[in-house]
Design a protein around this ligand. Structure first.
Ligand code: UDP
Length: 239
């Protein structure tokens, strides 16, 4: 444990990451890869909270684009995050990693309800809380849920796993000359409208001095290295 720089973190995983090579839903290999990434730190006693998105199943904004009421679509999106959380829970438990799904929308039969003090108690006991159903409110994203939960549990850092290996000044997939930032300020992220997290999530982190680390969770122990304080990906910090 003493080798780790961070003792309590919040990891945000996008729902899309669960698709792997599929175009929809969950590739069963991916939750296992995530468990493999988390297990060394879990076993060493690092306290890890997880937020997972739902974009592999449903996004409220796509529903709205197709004529659906936005709040109704967002409720569907939040339920999608619960499905992903249950999938992660199943895999974590198969790997001997104790965890609890804590939903922001009450559904006693399938998960605990999110209660901040209980979540902190889980963390202290070495149990991974998987925060499901986003913030429980439409018009938000799971990035904002991750920022909120990170602040609520007093995480030292919010770690966001993305498809790219950090924050670039333009989309590195489209622009081969895109430049990667090692560190960047919240203000700069907001001013340049960089695709790190949505502006609500970024502003919440800024107001609460919550550092955001962005990296690609691609299976080479990067999560563990990030926890040990290695410079991986990009970090958003105060100026
Ligand atoms: N959502 C919501 N409120 C929240 C979090 C999520 O309404 O607090 C809905 C919203 O429709 C969103 C969907 O859940 O599109 C899935 O979350 P998100 O798009 O953030 O997932 P990700 O992009 O991380 O897969």
């Amino acid at each position: 444990m003493s080798d780790y720089k961070y003792k309590r973190v919040l990891l945000k995983l996008s729902g899309e990451a669960l698709m792997g090579s599929r175009s929809f839903g969950i590739d069963p290999d991916i939750p296992q890869r995530i468990a493999d990434e988390l297990k060394p730190a879990y076993e060493a006693g690092v306290q890890i909270g997880v937020v997972i998105g739902g974009g592999n199943i449903f996004r409220g904004i796509s529903g709205a684009a197709a004529g659906m009421d936005r709040a109704q679509g967002d409720n569907m999106g939040m339920l999608a995050t619960v499905i992903n959380s249950l999938a992660l829970q199943d895999t974590f438990e198969h790997n001997g990693m104790e965890c609890r799904v804590m939903s922001a929308i009450e559904m006693h039969q399938v998960s605990e309800t999110y209660i901040r003090r209980r979540a902190i108690r889980h963390l202290e006991k070495g149990i991974i809380p998987i925060f499901a159903a986003g913030t429980g409110n439409p018009f938000f994203t799971t990035d904002t849920a991750a920022a909120l939960r990170a602040c609520e549990i007093n995480a030292e850092v919010l770690m966001k796993a993305t498809k790219v290996d950090g924050i670039y000044d333009s989309d590195p997939v489209k622009n081969p000359d895109a430049v990667k930032f090692d560190t960047i300020s919240y203000r700069e992220v907001l001013k340049r409208n960089l695709n790190v997290m949505d502006s609500t999530a970024t502003a919440l982190c800024q107001d609460n001095h919550m550092p955001i680390m962005v990296f690609n969770l691609d299976g080479d122990g990067i999560f563990d290295r990030a926890l040990r304080g290695e410079d991986v990906g990009s970090t958003v910090v105060d100026e």
